[in-house]
Design a protein around this ligand. Structure first.
Ligand code: MG
Length: 274
């Protein structure tokens, strides 16, 4: 028993418990953080918002914008392709069946109606199960992380069947087309569903159109890191030097390449603006 009696013991317990509770949330008797109005353990810092993860890995978290859930293509519009010359501005002409959408040859690309800046993007795709063609003519498509104009204008994360299929390395699966070779070839067999998980930092521009900060991308292919905070030199070009041209928030675009192989398929696409 405390020499000060039960009441004092209880009071001390309450104070200790209160301090412990406060320390759980942080405290302020520590140095200031450089460049910030907060102490090292500051309890005044705003908490991140709560996000409920999907029940299944790869599913859309509670705060994601679902771009394609297998039921309809209402988040997308047709987009002119400068490769196949198909596509316009109407509804997508891609095929919707069995929970996925398929790029019908010569119907053009598709682009989201909504525009995005910095974002986290999840895309699932499958190359045609029947192996036809080689190099770039085999399940060619692409995820344009920002579509900034007609045709292929923008920044393409290449989609291609590179399972036992060699092509030029800066055009293979997981490349930032013609700019950045992927860090690994993580391709699954043709016909198997594959994932892209991307962190996109959009470029910033000054009022005069000059680049304030270039675009950056981190990308995982089937959970394997293929682009590690790569700083883009500009738009991705089939031939020519990349360059930047001032733009703002932009649609995400999926390419219908029109190579002779069977069409590529997509499912489960969602985005979290950052
Ligand atoms: Mg492509």
């Amino acid at each position: 028993m405390s020499p000060f009696g039960k009441a004092a013991t209880f009071s001390a317990f309450v104070i200790v418990a209160a301090c412990a509770q406060n320390h759980d949330l942080g405290f302020q008797d520590t140095p200031m953080l450089p460049g910030l109005p907060f102490h090292v353990h500051d309890d005044r810092r705003p908490h991140p918002h709560v996000v409920t993860p999907a029940a299944q890995p790869g599913g859309a978290p509670s705060d994601a914008i679902v771009l394609f859930d297998g039921k309809n293509m209402s988040a997308w519009i047709s987009h002119h392709s400068n490769i196949t010359k198909g596509g316009s501005t109407g509804a997508p002409e891609w095929k919707l069946e069995n929970g996925y959408m398929e790029a019908v040859p010569h119907t053009g690309d598709i682009a989201t109606k909504e525009k995005f800046g910095d974002c986290q993007l999840h895309v699932e795709w499958a190359a045609p199960p029947e192996i036809v063609g080689n190099s770039q003519a085999r399940g060619n498509s692409g995820v344009f992380l920002a579509s900034i104009g007609s045709g292929d204008a923008g920044y393409e994360l290449q989609v291609l069947d590179c399972y036992n299929n060699k092509t030029y390395v800066n055009g293979q699966t997981g490349s930032i087309y013609k700019q950045s070779i992927p860090l690994a070839n993580a391709c699954k067999k043709p016909g198997e569903w594959q994932t892209y998980d991307v962190i996109w930092t959009a470029p910033r521009f000054n009022d005069d159109g000059s680049v304030k900060s270039p675009a950056r991308v981190t990308a995982f292919h089937n959970g394997v890191l293929v682009q590690n905070n790569y700083e883009l030199k500009g738009v991705t070009m089939y031939i020519g030097q990349p360059f930047y041209k001032k733009h703002g928030a932009s649609p995400i675009k999926l390419q219908a390449h029109g190579d002779p192989s069977e069409p590529i398929s997509y499912r489960n696409i969602w985005v979290r603006p950052l």
